[in-house]
Design a protein around this ligand. Structure first.
Ligand code: PAF
Length: 281
């Protein structure tokens, strides 16, 4: 696996792969890789001959009170894991490489979907995400890009950006990878104390309860929302949102159907976790 630090190096390496007839797939990440990210590499491998993984903790998507400074970073380990999983190129630029003029004056404004759920407590977050993803698409020019279902709202907004801005990229969403007890893998799980780690199971507990209610015929979103709120109403869990929304717009709906998304966010101590589940999946 080649490790690259500059945009020019990536462009040259991708151009060479293309000349050899390769399709290119991109897996954008912020590093501190876990099995969830590695499963995205597996998916990318099914879509292309050359898999590029980017590792970049993007300051533009962190608010002033977010965890930018303490966000876990381990580039050496990430490179070993990505290489062992079969990535061909790892692009790990510096902040000045990606934003040579400081904060970009032009950025991608997401649709109104960005103002709901995570957008409420993290204003500007999705503008930062879409802007870096658009930049990565511009640099790598992938045929396909793979993102995780764990960040369902992000995935929907990226799909929308690609559609509205006619970006020639096939966007693929890979399923959330979970611990054996159901906790969704996240780079932020490393912040959790053992006690918080136990309490964090409230998130997946509420989502599983919704899946069971739906399987038993429940279609009232209020009933499912109440089940999510009930699960998050536990000691040490500070619920941020518990929503039942449609998968494209992340808007409330009248009746739950297969494909409806149940989504939760909560704080465990100083750690903010999100999780979601697509009903009927
Ligand atoms: O999901 C993430 O890790 C990030 O939001 C992404 C898509 C790599 C953009 O920085």
């Amino acid at each position: 696996m080649q490790q690259l630090r500059t945009r020019a190096e990536v462009r040259a390496a991708v151009a060479e792969a293309r000349q050899n007839g390769s399709r290119i797939a991109l897996v954008p990440t912020m590093g501190f890789l876990h099995e969830g990210h590695l499963s995205l590499i597996d998916r990318a491998r099914t879509l292309a001959d050359c898999v590029v993984i980017s590792v970049f903790v993007n300051p533009l998507q962190f608010g002033p009170t977010d965890d930018l400074e303490r966000y876990p970073r381990a580039l050496g380990r990430d490179a070993e894991l990505a290489s062992a999983r079969g990535a061909d190129l790892l692009f790990a630029p510096s902040v000045t490489e990606m934003y040579p003029d400081g904060e970009p004056r032009v950025s991608v404004v997401p649709g109104p979907e960005a103002e709901r759920l995570c957008g409420v407590s993290r204003p500007g977050h999705f503008r930062g995400v879409l802007t870096i993803v658009a930049k990565l698409f511009g640099i790598v020019q992938p045929d396909a890009a793979v993102f995780g279902q764990k960040d369902a709202q992000q995935a929907a907004l990226i799909r929308r950006m690609v559609r509205d801005l006619d970006m020639p990229v096939q966007v693929e969403i890979a399923p959330t990878v979970r611990e054996p007890d159901g906790l969704a893998l996240s780079s932020r799980n490393v912040y959790l104390s053992p006690d918080e780690r136990d309490r964090a199971l409230a998130l997946v507990g509420g989502l599983n309860r919704c899946q069971a209610l739906f399987a038993a015929g429940e279609t009232d979103p209020e009933v499912l929302r109440a089940a999510l709120r009930h699960a998050l109403n536990a000691p040490g869990v500070e619920a941020e949102y518990a929503e039942v929304v449609d998968s494209a717009r992340f808007a409330p709906l009248q009746r739950v159907v297969s494909g409806t998304v149940c989504a939760v966010a909560a704080r465990l101590g100083t750690t903010r976790l999100i999780d979601n589940l697509v009903l009927g999946s």
